[in-house]
Structure formats: C-alpha cells, structure tokens
Design a protein around this ligand. Structure first.
Ligand code: HEM
Length: 221
C-alpha cells in the first residue's frame, strides 16, 4: 500500500513521537527523588487528567503498534528484495554498520517485551496493594517502584532494558534525520554525535532510579 520511502517516514515520525514520550516519562519519574509525597502527588495530578489521559495512552499504544508493524514490513521487504533470509544475512555488509545498527532487531524486541512486563509491573497492579508497603506502611505507587527496584535481579533487567533503549535511540534518532533528507557532510556527523550523547543521557537518567534505590536507599533502611 505504501512505498518504502513512505514506510520509512512512518517509522521515523512514530519513532519521534515515542522519543517525546520517553523524555516526558523520564521527567515524571525523576520526581521519585523528591520522596513518596512528591512522587505520589505527581501521579495523582496526572490522574486528574483522566479521561483525557486515556486518549493520550490509546494514541501512544497505536503509535507503538504502527512503529513495530511498519518496521516489520520494511524488514520483510528487504528480505524479499535480497532473495530470501539466507541471502539477506550473508549479503549485508557488516563491517561498516555500527553495533547499534546491527542490534536494532534485538534491542527493539527486548524493549517490546520490557514494555509488556513494565505495564504488568507498575500500571496494572494495585497501587495500594502488598507491593506498596515499606516497613508496614503503604507508600502507594512510590512503594511499588521502590520495592521492585530493591530486588537486584529486577533492577538488573530494567537496566539492561535501558541499555537496549539507549542503543535503539542512538541509531533511531540519527536515522530519522536521514529519512527526512538531512544528509550533509557538515551536519550529519554532528547529528550522529548528538544522537549518541542523547542516548547516553537517557540511559544514565533512567538507570539512576534503580541504582539509587538499590545502593543509596538500600543503605539507609
Ligand atoms: C527507571 C525506569 C522507569 C520507571 C521508574 C518507570 C515508572 C513507571 C510507572 C510508575 C508507571 C505507572 C504510572 C501509573 O500507572 O500511574 C509507568 C508506566 C509506563 N511506563 Fe514506565 N518507567 C520507567 C521506564 C520506562 C521506559 C524506559 C519505558 C519505555 C520504553 C516506559 C514506558 C511506560 C509506559 C508505556 C507506561 C504506561 C503509560 C503510563 O501510565 O504513563 N517506562 N512507568
């Protein structure tokens, strides 16, 4: 139905929308450093925007599904154009492709699995249930997050997801620019550099939360 260029543009636009969510979600999550009252007040403030927030969440879900679906179509198209899976794997010149580029299908799959797990972990759980309790008192959503990250295996899987997210962003952000024709001898290296710094910043900022719970809060209690 769509040409390859149009499909790449759809992947790029939906990718940009997802990057917007990732930045906004990070900004909200950093309220955790303010303690239980600040973090829970932020979560309750957001909840006040329902039912409008449902519209945003369904739109986000649609964008996420379109991003994955159209990417899968592009991969299938590439495989067909190269005459099958075996030729596809052999033909692709590996030497000049960065690690982030080669890992795109794996980082993408891990992020998808992570998001499904993450929703069960934090969204579709009773925010005042047993996992919200710290030292016999319920701390709401703050308690759920802290109790999750107090488990080193849980934190580890989150940090691996953040690293994959960083790799995915490092390639995705600069390939977005290329898709829209920003190909310039002077600016392309600068865009690539910016994408890498941005990705590293996202990994560090997100990972700081489980690390803070594990190593700083853990030593206080
Ligand atoms: C340390 C890292 C993270 C923390 C502490 C965190 C925390 C949270 C919390 C507490 C919620 C539930 C909000 C509620 O029900 O009111 C949530 C929801 C969600 N998170 Fe995360 N998150 C993290 C990383 C990520 C990443 C990397 C992604 C995307 C790749 C992501 C995607 C989502 C989505 C899609 C939702 C559901 C939509 C929403 O309720 O806003 N999260 N997260």
């Amino acid at each position: 139905m769509f040409s390859s260029i149009a499909k790449k543009q759809i992947v790029a636009v939906t990718g940009l929308a997802l990057i917007g969510f990732i930045i906004a979600h990070l900004a909200g999550n950093l309220f955790i450093y303010g303690g239980p009252d600040v973090f829970n007040a932020y979560a309750e403030e957001l909840a006040h925007f329902r039912p409008a927030l449902y519209v945003v969440e369904y739109a986000l879900l649609a964008v996420f599904i379109i991003h994955i679906w159209v990417t899968a179509l592009l991969v299938l198209e590439n495989i067909k154009a190269r005459g099958g899976l075996r030729r596809y794997a052999v033909d692709k010149p590996v030497g000049n492709r960065s690690l982030a580029t080669r890992l795109m299908p794996y980082s993408g799959t891990y992020i998808l699995l992570f998001v499904l797990w993450h929703l069960l972990d934090f969204t579709f759980i009773d925010h005042d249930g047993p996992r919200s309790y710290i030292a016999g008192k319920s701390y709401g959503l703050y308690g759920v997050v802290v109790n999750s990250f107090a488990d080193p295996a849980h934190s580890f899987l989150y940090i691996v997801a953040m690293c994959f997210l960083g790799l995915h962003l490092a390639h995705g952000a600069q390939s977005c620019a290329q898709t829209f024709g920003f190909n310039h001898p002077k600016y392309t290296p600068a865009i690539k550099k910016f994408s890498r710094y941005f990705a590293v910043l996202i990994v560090i900022a997100y990972s700081s939360i489980p690390l803070y719970v594990l190593f700083i809060m853990g030593t206080r209690t």
